[in-house]
Design a protein around this ligand. Structure first.
Ligand SMILES: [Zn+2]
Ligand SMILES: [Zn+2]
Length: 371
């Protein structure tokens, strides 16, 4: 009997996940089969589940979703003996890895712009096709030949490792790209997984002042504990005008040096741009749902020399940097609280219901699945 592993299969918006046993793939000589220990429910997973992004549009079939995860080496390909930093790697070792795979054979990869490789992250293949385990909501995940992988020590609990390969690395790379520097004032729109991580990272990058905006009290409390100087509750400052004015109050009437968008709703962009100072920068990372439009007045940022930087995914070097950051920061910030809820794989449908924040309140910062 071939060995199998459980996976939560997704077919289309509105359909519940279904748990099924899937045969384990034969591991190619340069690949690794990972036993997933924890998988996060990221904002983008909610976009797919909610139907903002329709994966079924690319063709019918069951797929394994999820991308934020950590695990242990279950089976090493015959040619793999080290991680991407040359550390010896063996079965059972804890690992973190990007969930996307730059091809190494294109114009962007040649220039070292791995996060812009056009084929780095194809929509997940249907589960029937080799190597079957191509998403996080399953017991296993297949790292194909050419992957990047990094050994993680045993000193952090699984749920703290989970957000590294998406939320933490994403915001670390984004803040690096937009050029946050010592003394900057930073506004963060959204205090979910990305926003909370961005708060800590901006603080450690030397931001002089951090202002976090959200509508969920638990998230705003956590933002404060993670380094925010000020929070703006959208239920109290209910209009865009009020919120922009609050940011101006906190920044001597100027506006912030850098504004970071990690809400994932196009409506917040115009507001965020107005929160940046003349000559300031806007970092756009949250809006990933295609076809959602925003009404913007470009003259507003041309006349005021505002810079817009959009960032999706990250270069692989950021992963060990993010891991090191987390190890150094775990006693300084309540990083263990970023993952606020845990569910077994069988309860993945409940987990998504619980994590959903559109049109309702949730106390979840990050929920994770323990397959
Ligand atoms: Zn993500
Ligand atoms: Zn490429």
């Amino acid at each position: 009997m071939a060995e199998t592993g459980r996976a939560a299969l997704f077919t289309d918006t509105g359909q519940p996940y279904e748990i099924r046993e899937i045969p384990l793939p034969d591991v190619e000589p340069d690949a690794i089969l990972v036993r997933v220990t924890t998988a996060g429910i990221c904002g983008s997973d909610l976009h797919v589940w909610r139907g903002d992004i329709r994966v079924a549009m690319v063709g019918p079939g069951a797929r394994i979703m999820g991308h934020e995860m950590a695990g242990r080496v279950y089976r090493l390909g015959a040619n793999v003996s080290t991680d991407s930093l040359g550390q010896p790697l063996k079965e059972g070792d804890r690992v973190i890895y990007p969930y996307f795979f730059p091809c190494g054979r294109c114009y962007q990869c040649l220039r070292g712009e791995f996060n812009s490789c056009p084929t780095r992250y194809p929509l997940p293949p249907v589960v029937d096709n080799f190597p079957h385990f191509t998403g996080a909501y399953a017991e296993y995940f297949y790292l194909p030949p050419g992957h990047f992988v990094f050994k993680a020590l045993e000193d952090l609990p699984d749920e703290m490792l989970t957000p590294i390969n998406c939320a933490l690395s994403q915001v670390t790379f984004g803040l690096h790209k937009v050029g946050v520097t010592f003394g900057d004032s930073v506004v963060i729109q959204g205090a979910g997984g990305l926003g909370i991580n961005a708060t800590m990272v901006a603080r450690e990058m030397g931001a002089s002042q951090i202002i976090v905006i959200d509508g969920i009290p638990e998230r705003l409390e956590l933002a404060k504990a993670c380094g925010a100087d000020h929070v703006i509750d959208i239920n109290e400052a209910a209009s865009s005008f009020e919120r922009i004015n609050k940011v101006k109050e906190f920044t001597d009437g100027r506006g912030a040096d850098v504004v970071v968008e990690v809400v994932g709703v196009p409506d917040v962009i115009a507001e965020g741009l107005n929160m940046a100072r003349v000559g300031g920068s806007y970092l756009e990372m949250g809006n990933i749902s295609m076809g959602k439009l925003a009404t913007l007045d470009p003259s507003q940022w041309v006349w005021s020399n505002k810079r817009i930087v959009s960032v999706n995914m990250y270069d692989p070097w950021i992963l060990p940097v993010a891991l090191d950051f987390l190890r150094r920061m775990r006693d300084k910030y309540p990083v263990h609280k970023v993952v606020s809820h845990k569910f077994p794989l069988e309860q993945i449908n409940e987990a998504f219901q619980e994590a959903e924040w559109a049109n309702k309140q949730t106390a979840v910062t990050r929920a994770c699945i323990v397959p």
